[in-house]
Design a protein around this ligand. Structure first.
Ligand SMILES: *[C@@H]1O[C@H](CO)[C@@H](O)[C@H](O)[C@H]1NC(C)=O
Length: 521
């Protein structure tokens, strides 16, 4: 009799304590939905009520404490013709990742999201209430409008590391002299030319942001949120006041890899949050295959955004042949079943349970495009990698891994099979890479709290303290000219100039008098 009573009391208490959180992952990028789902999962497990705005809705959503706002039609923005094919990138030497393009990508995705009919309906409902907003951050701050609408704290989740583009939102941007752009392949310590490059990149980014993107975003912000607030008798705060008002930023980077700038107190690392522990058991056939691979297993995947099947056909054939010459078993994540003459030691899988494969003791190495999730998993499970970066932050990730001594890099080119084979042989014959990789997990796991509970703690903390404003950096509101003491410099210049001017006048006068005296003598 007593137990059910206690249980229902417990539930009531949970309901009282539970926060209503809007978790919003509106970018049509599949890997980001992995992050979004993990955030939602951890918050729900802690008893909070989650409303999840997503482009990739869960097929079997949990029945309790969970609701989805489906914006899956936004996939059209990246799907179809625009889906990047590796063959296209390879043949056109495509620099897809200019900072201008990415700013516009984020902005366009935000415009589509805020004007999506499901989102509009949701925003216009006056009965919606939230205690916190947790939103994916990429190059646009437009979603800050949610925090204004629901009068609650704003928390960002950034899928990458401590880059200046995000730190500037809660503190100051670290100097380009040691904080290279995430699209750059420069790694600390920077040479003189690299430092100048980084400064130039930043000036370009800021110029485009200030004079184009941010202006347009202000317009979207006012047109979307203005009328809704007006209907509720409220006025819209200024966009500038809103975007620099975030309570906290989570960063999806791990603690094991060096090369991070110092960060403010309201910047928290939660890298690895997407890894479920213990990992799910492998499918029976894969488990048997890996168990029986006496010479070890090489796992090859180019991630979910860039698919192996979009490699040129000729390259695919040569890769298969090259893999066939190896003693190891090769598991290749390849997205269709069109391959012929697959060698005996090569296993094609359309979809791979990556963490479970990387966790297997027989794994020898991971051939990867160097996306952030794959990079984190390699570190988490201590697997040496050969990186084949294609675009975006992959180049930086792979460079960092190489610098940390557990990875090799091979450029994407028509010579990929040959170069990859060389790299595989180097790695197979040199234990240093494996040994270095084996050190990483201990570094990565040696932290006070795991990323999941850390996320929950900080979201609750922000909720409890209504925005954790005491964690905010005072530097945020000090303009650049004050930080650099340019005003003092201006005063010193002015005084010096005035003194020099006066002195020169005085000297002239004196020499004028002397000359006069000379003449009269
Ligand atoms: C900034 O955030 C705090 C805490 O979440 C909130 O109380 C305040 O209204 C926000 N200010 C603006 C201009 O949105």
């Amino acid at each position: 009799m007593r137990l059910p009573v206690l249980f229902s009391l417990f539930c009531i208490l949970c309901d009282v304590d539970g926060l209503k959180v809007l978790v919003c992952f509106p970018l049509p990028v599949k890997s980001l939905s992995i992050l979004g789902q993990s955030v939602a999962r951890h918050l729900m497990a802690a008893g909070h009520e989650v409303t999840y705005m997503t482009v990739y809705p869960l097929k079997n959503p949990p029945a309790k404490n969970f609701r989805q706002i489906d914006i899956s039609s936004n996939v059209a923005f990246v799907a179809g013709d625009q889906m990047p094919s590796i063959e296209f990138i390879l043949n056109n030497k495509l620099e897809m990742s200019s900072s201008r393009d990415i700013q516009l990508f984020g902005q366009e995705a935000a415009r589509m999201t805020l004007n999506h009919e499901n989102v509009k309906k949701f925003l216009e409902d006056p009965n919606e209430r939230f205690d916190a907003i947790v939103t994916d951050l990429l190059e646009t701050e437009l979603y800050s409008g949610f925090a204004v609408l629901y009068e609650c704290p704003m928390i960002w989740v950034y899928s990458m590391g401590a880059h200046w583009q995000v730190l500037r939102m809660i503190d100051v941007a670290p100097s380009p002299a040691y904080n290279p752009d995430y699209l750059s392949s420069n790694i600390n310590p920077l040479s003189f030319t690299q430092r100048v490059q980084e400064l130039w990149t930043r000036i370009q980014w800021q110029f485009f942001k200030t004079f184009f993107t941010q202006r347009e975003e202000r317009r979207i912000y006012e047109s979307v949120f203005g009328p809704i607030l007006a209907k509720r008798g409220r006025t819209l705060p200024d966009y500038e006041d809103v975007i620099y008002n975030a309570s906290l930023i989570f960063s999806n980077e791990h603690d094991a890899v060096s090369n991070r700038p110092s960060t403010p107190q309201n910047f928290k690392y939660i890298g690895g949050i997407h890894i479920e522990e213990p990992v799910k058991p492998l499918r029976k056939d894969l488990q048997d295959l890996m168990d029986n691979s006496k010479n070890g297993v090489i796992y090859f995947s180019l991630g979910s955004f860039l698919q192996s099947k979009t490699l040129p056909r000729k390259l695919i054939k040569e890769m298969l042949k090259m893999f066939g010459e190896l003693k190891q078993t090769v598991i290749w994540k390849f997205e269709d079943n069109s391959l012929e003459d697959v060698p005996k030691n090569v296993q094609i899988v359309n979809w791979a349970p990556q963490p479970s494969i990387l966790a297997h003791p027989n794994i020898k190495m991971f051939l990867t495009h160097g996306g952030l999730f794959s990079s984190i998993e390699a570190i988490h499970f201590g697997v040496p990698t050969i990186g084949i970066p294609v675009l975006f932050d992959q180049i930086t990730n792979v460079n960092k891994a190489v610098l940390n001594g557990y990875a090799l890099k091979v450029d994407l080119s028509h010579g990929l099979p040959k170069n990859l084979k060389t790299a595989i042989n180097i790695m197979l014959n040199d234990d240093r890479y494996t040994n270095k990789a084996k050190e990483l997990p201990s570094l990565n796991h040696d932290r006070l709290t795991k990323p999941g509970p850390a996320l929950v703690y900080w979201v609750e903390y922000v909720g409890r303290t209504r925005g954790a404003s005491h964690l905010r950096s005072p530097a945020l509101h000090v303009p650049l000219y004050q930080r650099l003491y340019l005003d003092l410099l201006a005063i010193i210049f002015a005084i010096t100039f005035a003194l020099v001017f006066l002195l020169s006048r005085l000297c002239k006068k004196k020499s004028g008098i002397k000359n006069y005296q000379k003449k009269t003598n």
